[in-house]
Design a protein around this ligand. Structure first.
Ligand code: FMN
Length: 352
């Protein structure tokens, strides 16, 4: 019997309405991305990794990552660091900001992060990983979770000894992306490890890696016994992939629909990051949205050259005039700005 992807499940007392989780992705998982993910059926969404040092030093841009919209719950905010006290302090701020879960990053393979002892480095430093998890779990009343890779070296099985220890330390759920840190994104995610991890712990496990279709999601859930699948790259510029996985609705979006969704995303991102940051940030999204054979390549290249997001919107509306009506519907359904910022921790966030 295939697992019902539309079934809800629980992380302690947090109900997750579907078995699809939107992955945390640095440089991608802005609020607009998370809210869109929820709209298309993701049961849980996550912020990108946020530096606990940045939170501790009240770095303005870092604190911007703690803005939570009222319509994106349930939401995990992910933190990274290597110092138990600083991680606990960051976790308190994350809870105060309104996150339903505090997630910890024990998998980032990027040298800038691992050289500080954080990210994937913690996979091979079980003692420190335990102390961080215990400190964070004791600091907050919301459930805490840890996202791991399999280990640092290829073929490593470190996650299987570490995972149960982290549960003892207080982790209420574990996510496994079963590639090594060395692998980065090459090769494939070996979900036989996910199945082993599921058999070793009594908390829900989320399977991350190479989930791009409903067939793959069902196969991984059935083979591993994981509680949910996480979707990352498959959802970049493609919320329809989430819909396909959750609902089995494989219809490809019409051009108008793609243009409307992209314009809505552009406008929300500009509101969130400001025009200057957003115009650079958004360029990769143009290729992601307009790819999949949806628009001709020269059109994508033209959009990337435009200097303002207003110009991009104008060009998109000219290419797909029917998008205007769909966009009006999307905007009418979206909560207004005041509602959006309701959960913002004004006392700690200086604007910008
Ligand atoms: C651009 C990008 C940024 C990522 N940033 C993070 C991050 O901030 N935190 C994290 O735990 N994982 C991060 N990941 C890993 C993803 O969450 C996910 O585990 C991985 O991409 C495998 O899933 P996929 O095959 O569905 O993409 C990132 C991945 C990508 C592609």
């Amino acid at each position: 019997m295939p697992v019902n992807l539309k079934e809800s499940w629980w992380i302690r007392d947090v109900e997750i309405p579907t078995r699809v989780v939107l992955a945390p992705m640095a440089g991608v998982s802005v609020q607009a991305f998370r809210r869109q993910g929820r709209r298309y059926g993701a049961g849980l969404v996550s912020s990108e990794m946020v530096s606990c040092a940045g939170i501790e030093h009240r770095n303005e841009r870092t604190l911007g990552y703690l803005r939570v919209a009222s319509d994106e719950h349930p939401l995990a905010i992910q933190i990274f660091g290597s110092e138990p006290r600083a991680m606990a302090e960051a976790a308190r701020m994350v809870e105060a900001a309104g996150a339903d879960l505090v997630d910890m990053n024990f998998g980032c393979p990027v040298r800038k992060v691992t050289k500080t002892g954080a990210g994937a480095n913690l996979l091979e430093d079980a003692e420190l990983a335990y102390r961080i998890t215990a400190a964070v779990a004791n600091a907050v009343s919301v459930p805490v979770s840890v996202k791991m890779r399999r280990g640092i070296e290829d073929g490593s099985r470190a996650c299987l000894t570490l995972g149960p220890r982290l549960v003892e330390a207080g982790a209420a759920t574990l996510t496994l992306h079963p590639r090594s840190a060395k692998q980065m994104y090459t090769g494939y995610a070996d979900h036989t490890l996910t199945a082993e991890l599921v058999s070793l712990v009594d908390v829900p496990v989320i399977a991350s890696g190479d989930i791009t279709s409903r067939a793959k999601a069902e196969a991984v859930l059935a083979a591993t016994g994981a509680s949910a699948v996480m979707v990352g790259r498959g959802a970049q510029g493609n919320p329809w992939a989430i819909q396909e996985i959750v609902d089995g609705d494989a219809a490809q979006p019409a051009r108008e629909e793609v243009a409307a969704e992209l314009i809505h995303f552009i406008r929300e991102t500009v509101r969130e990051l400001g025009e200057r940051r957003a115009s650079g940030f958004l360029k990769k999204f143009y290729a992601w949205y307009l790819g999949h054979g949806r628009f001709p390549k020269p059109f994508k290249n033209e959009l990337v050259q435009l200097s303002s997001t207003d110009d991009v919107v104008t060009r998109l509306l000219a290419a797909a005039p029917g998008a205007a009506d769909l966009l009006a519907e999307l905007e009418a359904d979206a909560p207004d700005e005041e509602y959006l910022l309701e959960g913002m921790p004004i006392s700690i966030y200086g604007g910008g």
